[in-house]
Design a protein around this ligand. Sequence first.
Ligand SMILES: C[S@@+](CC[C@H](N)C(=O)[O-])C[C@H]1O[C@@H](n2cnc3c(N)ncnc32)[C@H](O)[C@@H]1O
Length: 363
Amino acid sequence: MAAPPITLAAELLDVVKLIYDPAGDKGECETYEARQRARQLLETLTKDVLGPHAYTICIAESCHESAALRLVTECGVADAIGDGAKPVAEISADVGVGIRYLGIALRCVNALGYFEQVGGLGSPVFKNNEMSNILRQGHPHTLKDAVELICDDGFKSAAYFVEATRAAADPNGAHTPASNLAFGFTGSVFRRWLEPEHAWRGKRMGQAMKQLHHAANRNVITGFDWQGLASPIVDVGGGIGTLEMMLAREYPLSEFSSVLFDLQGTIANAKEAWKPLLSTTRAQVDFVAGSFLSSEPDQTGIPRYPASTAHISHPTCAARLDGRRGSHHPQERTRGDGRFPAFFRVFRRPVGWHSKISEAPSL
Ligand SMILES: C[S@@+](CC[C@H](N)C(=O)[O-])C[C@H]1O[C@@H](n2cnc3c(N)ncnc32)[C@H](O)[C@@H]1O
């Protein structure tokens, strides 16, 4: 039987005290688990307090919040406001969009904690706050591309889950992913995003992965025994090599090397992204273009596996972090499991957590 709300609230108070008690000598993992627990409790309490009707409507309406967040992010509202304060009319002129929906979107995200209304509720003047600052392009830890990937590509694809699921009811029918239905194309979404007309989406995905990894996985660099692995580390589907960049930064003098393996266009993007780095850093990485689905041999000798499901035990493949297998620890299973937009629905994982993930059974 579910615990009564008062019991949940009492546990929540204990968990919050544990997180914020400055005198407590808890470890990073303990704090991480406490934060996960706090979120679970808050979600359960919200459901209990609102009741089935209001809660269900909130869940259904969350698409509006996502759309509003996309609007302000993609239009660059936080950048347009900058370090000062601006009325909506001026922001709309600066970013070149109509004032009406911009105003609605701004008020929607403001209710969720983004931006500050200067002069109180109802004021048309906004300024940035800690929450909206991370939507700015130039913020050192911006989430602009990640928000756009999730609220545009992910959101639109998710809107076609029903159609994709219905189509899959025919066992003889072709399996068409929701993203193909949403964007009207056939074949791999990754290849689609490498076509010249859609290449900006591919580039955005690369930046988004970087931002998401920074938010959730930056401790993988120090919390995993990279030095203990044999070189080269082959990163299959490694994108623009965010992981390798972080490794190279952390272990600049290390002798280990990596092979970044991805589709041809992505490898071209990766080479661009690596250009500004030191030549010694660049020397730690080999770029190899190919497809892990192809039956043709390639330069790495990577054995062919069904995409993203198997361990790689080939001698040239010392490790593999492709963002899918082992990307969740069982404790991180949340209501978001299995949904693309919720893939990274975790906090920054503590040092050592990634070793636990790599030992956990494949999900
Ligand atoms: C979600 S991204 C993850 C990128 C990177 N692992 C990271 O965590 O930042 C998936 C990557 O798989 C690559 N990919 C998809 N299909 C592929 C294939 N058949 N062969 C090689 N790479 C592929 C995509 O180009 C993309 O860079």
